[in-house]
Design a protein. Structure first.
Length: 156
């Protein structure tokens, strides 16, 4: 709500308050993977999609207000993978997403394996990792493998 400014009622009560423009920050770089780990711990998502008809996918994503699109360009450059998505139904939201299984296996998982998340999101990451490795071995294409993935997905 803070990012949207004051409500009309608060503008009346605090009429002498002038909004401050947020400075535009550019040419930034991620100097430590720990910054990204902390950011993802708060804002990231390790998503598993598993349907009963053998359709399984994993996706890593981060969502922010659209004013932070430049940040996602920096993250995309740092990870050397992923895409930046803007959804027309949510014009104020921008997403950084990694869909490609190879990028998840070779870039995302190693980063978070060597730099542990500190929150309960680590449980989601571990389940996400198990499913990605099962997909790498094509086990999601078997009935038993799909059942295993659905069981992992449903663990919280």
């Amino acid at each position: 709500a803070m990012g949207k400014g004051l409500s009309n009622k608060l503008k009346i009560i605090f009429g002498n308050i002038k909004p401050v423009e947020r400075p535009f920050i550019c040419n930034q770089v991620i100097e430590s993977p720990l910054w990204l780990i902390g950011f993802v711990d708060g804002e990231g998502c390790f998503y598993i999609k598993a349907l009963n008809n053998k359709k399984v996918s994993v996706k890593f994503s981060i969502s922010q207000h659209s004013r932070d699109k430049e940040l996602f360009k920096i993250i995309k450059n740092y990870l050397n993978c992923g895409i930046i998505e803007e959804v027309s139904t949510r014009p104020n939201i921008v997403n950084f997403v990694v869909y490609r299984l190879d990028d998840i296996l070779l870039k995302i998982i190693p980063l978070f394996k060597s730099n542990n998340l500190l929150s309960n999101k680590n449980i989601n990451f571990n389940n996400f990792t198990k499913v990605a490795f099962l997909m790498q071995k094509k086990e999601h294409l078997t009935k038993e493998g799909l059942e295993k993935i659905i069981e992992i997905k449903n663990k919280r």
